[in-house]
Design a protein around this ligand. Sequence first.
Ligand code: FAD
Ligand code: NAD
Length: 481
Amino acid sequence: RHPLDQRASDPSKKTLVILGSGWGSVSLLKKIDTENYNVVVISPRNFFLFTPLLPACTTGTIEHRSIMEPLRNILRHKTTAVTFYEAECTQIDPVNRVLTLRDNSEIKGDIAETSLPFDYLVIGVGAQNTTFGIPGVQENACFLKEIPDAQKIRTRIMDCIETATFKDQTEDERKRLLHMVVVGGGPTGVEFAGELQDFFEEDLRKWVPEISDDFHVSLVEALPNVLPMFSKQLINYTEKTFKDEKINIHTKTMVKKVTEKTIFAEVTKPDGTKEMIEMPYGLLVWATGNAPRSVVRDLMTKIPAQAKARRGLEVNDYLVVNGTEGIWALGDCAATKYAPTAQVATQQGQYLARLFNTMAKTQALEEDIAHLEELGHATASMDDKKAIAAEIEAKAKTLRRSKRLMPFQYTHQGSLAYIGSDKAIADLTFGDGNNLTSSGQLTYLFWRSAYVSMCFSTRNKLLVIMDWLKVKMFGRDVSRE
Ligand code: FAD
Ligand code: NAD
């Protein structure tokens, strides 16, 4: 037991610290047998967030609390108490095996920063939004990763609309304020653009008819098409649906600079020449993918084996962070050959739970065998010696089997995305890598039922269904908070 470890409830057990309360860490927590370790969870967020429905929170199609599940509720179902600290881990010392924690919430007590030793560590801190260092993005854009991001976007949409309709507003300014730009044609950008256009078509047009001619959604993507991870057929379907919905798609357009009111982007024309264009905007949502969090970047600099790591912590086939012992990484903070998705993080969490459960079993078997060997030496009777030897052999066989842990293997079940106007796209994989693509309104029904069934709890499922019904009956709420 580490000398600093005051809180470990059972000194005979190893302390396993899990960072994060997202897809990876929660999937591990659900399946791990907490009897075997002193489990401590650290996260600045005391809830699990069902990210696939976050784009719908930006327009009020779904209320944010419907997709949050309190971590305390998840932990209270574990057989042995799990300690939770609402804090951000700011530093990881892989040599002395100590973490630095900081309480970053508004209310602070006498102690806002402290340290915590660990025997085993699982890093599941996710990622932050990348801006590629493009000037003006951090200061002027909204992002879409956490609940406060969605709340900020929801408020900004209505603020732009109310300001655009202010008495005597100039025409140019009204047009600018009503131009909603999404940068990044990955699934986050596409789903948000679809949700926003739905909000306009189904509610804003009715409640604020004076914006009808000037409200526009634009999607800007550097590559020749949106959704590069989906099949060509679904990319074409999405681009056609966006065209029909009147969402402007600007492909081969790379944003280079952003100011308070204007986006500067470089367009590659069909003849290969480049041209700089200016786009005045009211709302800018930036969705160009992930970058490692500062705690992860800092850890990378401390481990020579991570010198070449860029996208996140490099791990081996068992998810052990290269260059460390007893430190694992999962989900978006790990750089693997898989895409940073909830599906991957969940399967990695399940794998690590199996690994920790097996490790505990292995340890118990090793202790049993050592004890039996001592007994064997101590006894004089040949019959007893034989019986003990047989028991040792049986346990050794089980031990050999449980030590043969397979490396992590990902099973891709497919990708789903909502693209607006009650349409979704699905790239499904089944059997031996067979593929099925589907799109349209039936796929949307499938998307809805799949995501409701995946919501964390029955409470979440009911709340999401009720939100959908509420919007169908009364429309979305257009008040600005
Ligand atoms: P996260 O779920 O992001 O969790 C990270 C956790 O770490 C959080 O609890 C955070 O508070 C905590 N944390 C952060 N910093 C620290 C720190 N310093 N110390 C301790 N804890 C920390 N994937 C899909 O497969 N399907 C989808 O439909 C889908 N939709 C998405 C929609 C949106 C809008 C977004 C943003 C992502 C979507 N994804 C989807 C991707 C998916 O959400 C991520 O791949 C997934 O969340 C990764 O899980 P994770 O556990 O690694 O990280
Ligand atoms: P992404 O990395 O998938 O896409 C970002 C896009 O931004 C890319 O297409 C890139 O070319 C573009 N881009 C980058 N810089 C640009 C610039 N300067 N100007 C214009 N375009 C630029 O990012 P994401 O959509 O945030 O997704 C992150 C991860 O989360 C992915 O792995 C994704 O699969 C997953 N996710 C999945 C779903 C789903 O399955 N429905 C939904 C959301 C996110």
